[in-house]
Ligand binder design. Structure first.
Ligand code: FES
Ligand code: FES
Length: 191
């Protein structure tokens, strides 16, 4: 049986009870529109012409070729795409690249300095804070924001700060250990 097409974006199939709402896709003309976006990523200027609907996470992965930022749910639930935007942890699947124009972004690739792991990266290594590693860049950047705001968090505070980041395979206690390790190491460095 053929579907009846009602005025877009609603399609109703006579043999179904529910109507299916179709989100309109970009027309060819819209796809041809490009906007130049200039974002400082990990200290380097990244200037690329992108479609206005390009998400920040796709800008980072596809245009900047920084694939350490992962795409999980694309619905702001999992936190795999977490980066720092002007120092604040954000889910880069919830922002358009054009919204970040002129901003400073830090991704996982920007944490190690002079070939030395950031204490958070070292903590994940030392405390077995990862298995598949899919959630890890997002966890580390959420941890970076926490330690910036609260250098000596309790385990409860670490767990609270990671509420927006999901891990499906490690178990959270090793991840909390990793951030506590980094907190201790960073505090020692400051003394
Ligand atoms: Fe962004 Fe899951 S991919 S929150
Ligand atoms: Fe596999 Fe977290 S280490 S999802």
């Amino acid at each position: 049986m053929q579907c009846i097409q009602s005025p877009a974006p609603l399609f109703i199939c006579p043999n179904r009870r529910a109507a299916l709402v179709i989100v309109p896709t970009a027309t060819q003309a819209e796809k041809n529109v490009k906007i130049v976006v200039n974002i400082r990523v990990n200290g380097n200027e990244q200037k690329h012409a992108v479609e206005p609907r390009t998400l920040l996470v796709h800008f980072l992965r596809d245009d900047c070729k920084l694939t350490g930022t992962h795409v999980g749910c694309e619905t702001s639930i999992c936190g795999a795409c977490t980066v720092l935007l002007n120092g604040q942890a954000v889910k880069s699947c919830t922002l358009l690249a054009v919204q970040a124009d002129g901003a400073e972004v830090t991704t996982i690739e920007g944490l190690a300095k002079d070939g030395e792991l950031h204490p958070l990266q070292e903590g994940f290594w030392e405390c077995h804070g990862l298995q598949c590693g899919y959630c890890t860049p997002g966890m580390i950047l959420a941890g970076a924001q926490l330690l910036e705001r609260n250098p000596r968090p309790t385990r409860e505070e670490i767990a609270h700060a990671l509420e927006g980041n999901l891990c499906r395979c490690t178990g959270y206690s090793h991840i909390i250990d990793a951030i506590a390790y980094a907190s201790k190491k960073m505090s020692k460095k400051k003394q």
